[in-house]
Design a protein around this ligand. Structure first.
Ligand code: PRP
Length: 190
């Protein structure tokens, strides 16, 4: 396992073959659609949006620009992955919230729900802090990978069991800046 992680760490972006799975226009349309749903449902409220770092930074930045609502934002940094392609299974709070959650309408903003461990941990973590309401908005999910049941209030894309990068998502910190969501080619590294 360690050897695998070290191997990934030595790779450069140019060493990978990428294929666009969801292009930027489709992402933009879906983000706008999610923002319309959220704006309608939270009409008259000022929700606290909690982005899960690092992966959700790009999605959250685009989503809030489409919202027709006053919002407050905060960020939490959780980590469930090592530097390789598989989850370690342990979720850690790497950087906590600044805002108080008690009595707030809280909406979690995630880039991906994969096994579901991170979001299950976070929902429990936030519920214990007594929000007025708690909902989940995720840009993507891989249902075939869920190890625990997860219900989504707002969901962008259901994707196949492929490792995806781009639009905030990384492989060993590479590719977060890609404007499209891409898959690593099955042929592996060049
Ligand atoms: C990714 C992603 C989710 C989590 C989902 O975060 O942003 O938070 O994994 O995986 P799970 O459903 O299997 O728990 P990661 O830990 O890779 O950190 P990052 O966002 O900083 O890349």
């Amino acid at each position: 396992m360690l050897e695998g992680i070290q191997a990934v760490n030595k790779m450069q972006p140019k060493d990978y073959r990428l294929r666009v799975l969801i292009g930027r226009e489709e992402i933009e349309n879906t983000v706008a659609r999610l923002a319309r749903e959220i704006s309608k449902d939270y009409h008259g409220k000022q929700p606290l949006l909690i982005g899960v770092l690092k992966g959700s930074f790009m999605f959250m930045a685009d989503l809030i620009r489409h919202l027709d609502l006053p919002v407050e934002i905060d960020l939490i940094r959780l980590s469930s992955y090592g530097s390789g392609m598989e989850s370690s299974g342990r979720v850690k709070v790497v950087q906590g919230l600044k805002a108080s959650v008690k009595g707030r309408d809280v909406l979690i903003i995630e880039d991906i729900v994969d096994t579901g461990r991170t979001i299950t941990f976070l929902l429990d973590y936030l519920r214990r802090r007594k929000p007025a309401s708690l909902k989940l908005c995720s840009l993507t999910t891989k249902p075939s990978r869920h190890l625990v049941p997860v219900s989504f209030d707002y969901l962008g894309f259901t994707i196949p069991d492929k490792f995806i990068v781009g639009y905030g998502l990384d492989l060993a910190e590479m590719f977060r800046n890609l404007p499209d969501i891409c898959v690593l080619d099955d042929d592996g590294p060049r």
